[in-house]
Design a binder for this molecule. Structure first.
Ligand SMILES: Cc1cc2nc3c(=O)[nH]c(=O)nc-3n(C[C@H](O)[C@H](O)[C@H](O)COP(=O)(O)OP(=O)(O)OC[C@H]3O[C@@H](n4cnc5c(N)ncnc54)[C@H](O)[C@@H]3O)c2cc1C
Length: 291
């Protein structure tokens, strides 16, 4: 028997981080999509021993510990990396610093076959391209949390990146280990997250419009330096099976219009506890196009 969501924290505050699922000693919590396409924890009641650990691990059941920030405007010195990044490429600079110290980097990667976004571990600079670029829908994190704990226990330096609620999740999941000198956290400024179901519906709609099959897409492209330097260049790019592509600016592209107008975000994002100038991570990167 599967319990409906809402037992661990209330449904409208659940961020879908999966700390509860990763920490359950019985392995009896599954992250499943609800009817809108957002991930929620479902408890297999037959196996549950009612230990309450899931509720204690949930970051939404805990106070938020933020600290004051210092602000810098910066961009990557390597033009190629700058152009491959969503914004100034600060993520790659910090990630490379960690990799040079034999550390590992955790962040959101995109599976082009399944169109799933999921958190994964990268161990070399060459693999960092998997984590670069914003994927504007929620990444699955629960499966990676135990691997992060293992790495920190082995005294491997870890850079954990993601949205602020995902940083709250790893800290909560790690407990006292979160204070380890081997954990560095990096969040991206986030106004909210959507889901794969919405992206699929958008892509389907575009296929009907163009009468072609979409083979790949990028949420943000910087084509030429103009878009980056003028600050106006965010564009969605679609690649079709006949080898052609189509780029659309954020004011005309229906996904961006909806996403930037906060129409189809996860419920918890409308009352996010982690936003603001005080942050919960060691680093926060934000857009500064046209700076
Ligand atoms: C859902 C979402 C909403 C955002 N909203 C805003 C906003 O309102 N204002 C603003 O200034 N910036 C926003 N950003 C951040 C911005 O787009 C840039 O990603 C950020 O400034 C970092 O740029 P970069 O060039 O250093 O890194 P890049 O190399 O472009 O970004 C890579 C980093 O983004 C992380 N990442 C990518 N996709 C996801 C995802 N789906 N979930 C979690 N982490 C992800 C990777 O793990 C990695 O840490 C948002 C990003 C996302 C994913």
């Amino acid at each position: 028997m599967l319990d409906e969501p809402g037992k661990i924290c209330s449904e409208d505050t659940c961020v879908g981080c999966g700390a509860c699922a990763a920490g359950c000693p019985q392995g009896c919590i599954t992250m499943k999509e609800d009817s809108e396409g957002f991930l929620f924890p479902y408890i297999h009641t037959d196996a549950c021993i009612h230990c309450g650990l899931c509720s204690r691990l949930c970051p939404q059941n805990q106070a938020v510990q933020k600290q004051k920030s210092t602000f810098y405007m910066s961009w990557h010195k390597d033009d190629a990396i700058l152009m491959e990044s969503s914004s100034g490429g600060v993520f790659t600079a910090v990630a490379d610093w960690v990799l040079k110290r034999n550390g590992i980097v955790v962040g959101a990667a995109f599976d082009r076959e399944t169109r799933e976004v999921y958190h994964t571990i990268v161990e070399s600079s060459q693999q960092l391209s998997r984590l670069r670029l914003s994927k504007y829908y929620q990444s699955r994190t629960s499966q990676i949390l135990p691997d992060v704990k293992t790495a920190i226990k082995k005294e491997t330096l870890v850079l954990f990146s993601g949205t602020a609620c995902q940083i709250a999740a790893i800290k909560s999941y790690l407990g006292p280990l979160a204070n380890s000198e081997y954990l560095l956290t990096f969040d991206i400024l986030c106004h909210g997250t959507a889901n794969k179901k919405t992206v699929e519906a958008y892509l389907h709609d575009r296929e009907r419009q163009y009468h072609k099959t979409i083979t790949d897409f990028r949420f943000r492209i910087k084509e030429g330096h103009d878009g980056w330097q003028l600050g106006s260049g965010t564009r969605m790019k679609l690649f079709f099976d006949d080898g052609t592509s189509q780029a659309q600016n954020k004011y005309l592209d229906t996904y961006f219009v909806g996403f930037n107008s906060n129409i189809f975000l996860r419920e918890c994002c409308y009352h996010c506890r982690y936003c603001g100038q005080e942050r919960i991570s060691d680093f926060t990167a934000a857009d500064f196009w046209g700076g």
